[in-house]
Design a protein around this ligand. Structure first.
Ligand code: FO1
Ligand code: 5AD
Ligand code: SF4
Length: 397
């Protein structure tokens, strides 16, 4: 483990020095997580892609005038969930725009038409339906939430998440990634993380790397996350996600972080964060699995046999057997996990009221895993033209 001062001094290291740092981070990972890497088999549910923010890197967001703007109906949600069940998924990842109903009357009308006041109420309802009618566990990623909203969502989810992205205030200035994004104000996001801890919600957070933050700001963000975890014990995983530049966004021409930058950041994250916080990087946003494994991560996050990564739709998921082979070549097995990590199953406050269901699913997963460790995953999605996904205008008649 390293100090803040040491971490800051590691910015820019390369070559042998960087190799040694990564080796140290890998040893620390191995001591806690052993020779096993994990992933969660999931379906992606983009409940709506409308959002009141406009992050400079985001292609997910669509304005109501766009033909791609959508709100998923409950039928569409359940259809996708059933496809996920049939493909061995255990997680329904709800990821959506932030408070779009505050900006767009079309969305308000959709909600009223279906008997809901706020988008969060509709999200809670859909998650409840998933729990009642399927074996998938909801993981909710709707962005910033008040303590009351978190309290409302906890009983209908196994875990929740929200990327801190960055703790840099600078990124709110004109020309920066979070200009005019009220939900990306670092103190607002840190408050959500703190409230989630007070309510004992197993929580995922992380940093988006390469959106204009400095190395020192990255370190400060990791330390803030770790401090909240030391207070509440609720940060189950930290995602280190590399920014990908996308055509049509404000940041289309910005530099993407290079492999050394990601290795350095993963290794320092492993050495700064509490060892029991899972360290995750998505496998579909880069090409070098061995280098990532050798930088100290222990988890690949959610991977879907059914749906695209709707945040990065141009980046296909790897086939699980391919990923498993890459892990094996480095001396690691690949294991499916639930959206909530095993540590929390021993802590009743974190799994109320779903505890018995989660514990049963965890044992069942371990039993199946012993029989059938690797399944084939198909590429792509084929759902982008899902007839059940409605244009909001079509629903507000
Ligand atoms: O497919 C994706 N899954 C994303 N996930 C899902 C994640 O990989 C899994 O659902 C969790 O690992 C479940 O524990 C996120 C979850 C969060 O709580 C916060 C941010 C993300 C970001 C992404 C993402 O960009 N793409
Ligand atoms: C769901 C998460 O996806 C991430 N996200 C959004 N846009 C991009 C991009 N261009 N590249 C990589 N990650 C992105 C953000 O961190 C968001 O919180
Ligand atoms: S990243 Fe999230 S908050 Fe930002 S514009 Fe996209 S959907 Fe909205």
């Amino acid at each position: 483990m390293i100090s803040r001062k040491e971490a800051i001094a590691l910015g820019g290291i390369q070559g042998k020095e960087l190799d040694d740092l990564c080796e140290y981070a890998s040893q620390v990972r191995d001591q806690t997580w052993g020779k096993q890497l994990t992933y969660s088999r999931k379906v992606f549910i983009p409940l709506t892609n409308m959002c009141r923010d406009r992050c400079g890197y985001c292609t997910f967001v669509k304005g109501p005038q766009s033909p791609e703007a959508q709100v998923m109906t409950e039928t569409a949600v359940m259809h996708r969930v059933q496809q996920g069940e049939a493909s061995g998924c255990r997680e329904a990842l709800f990821s959506l725009g932030e408070r779009p109903e505050k900006r767009y009357p079309q969305l308000q009308h959709f909600l009223e038409h279906h008997g809901f006041r706020r988008l969060i109420d509709y999200l809670a309802h859909c998650a409840e339906q998933v729990l009642a009618k399927s074996t998938l566990l909801p993981h909710l990623n709707p962005g910033t939430l008040t303590r009351n909203e978190l309290r409302q969502l906890k009983p209908v989810s196994a875990s929740m998440g929200m990327m801190l992205e960055s703790a840099s205030q600078r990124l709110l200035r004109p020309g920066q990634a979070h200009h005019r994004c009220p939900d990306k104000v670092p103190n607002v996001r840190l408050k959500t993380l703190d409230d989630a801890g007070r309510l004992a919600i197993p929580f995922t957070t992380g940093l988006l790397i390469g959106i204009g933050e400095t190395w020192q700001e990255r370190i400060e963000a990791l330390l803030l996350i770790n401090a909240l975890h030391q207070q509440h014990g609720h940060i189950q995983e930290v995602i280190i996600q590399n920014f990908r530049a996308k055509p049509g966004t404000a940041m289309a021409h910005c530099h993407e972080p290079d492999l050394d930058d990601m290795r350095r950041t993963l290794a320092v994250a492993r050495l700064l964060l509490s060892p029991r916080i899972s360290l995750q990087a998505p496998p579909n946003l880069h090409a070098d699995y061995p280098a990532y494994i050798r930088s100290g991560l222990n988890d690949w996050g959610g991977i879907s046999p059914v749906t695209q990564d709707h945040i990065n739709p141009e980046r296909a998921w790897p086939q699980i057997d391919h990923l498993a082979t890459a892990c094996q070549a480095q001396g690691y097995t690949l294991k499916q996990r639930l959206t909530v990590y095993p540590d929390y199953l021993k802590r009743p406050a974190f799994i109320q009221p779903l505890g018995p269901k989660l514990i049963a699913m965890s044992s069942q997963l371990n039993a199946t895993d012993a029989l059938n460790p690797i399944d084939q995953l198909t590429r792509g999605d084929g759902l982008s033209h899902d007839p059940h996904i409605s244009h909001p205008m079509a629903c507000t008649a």
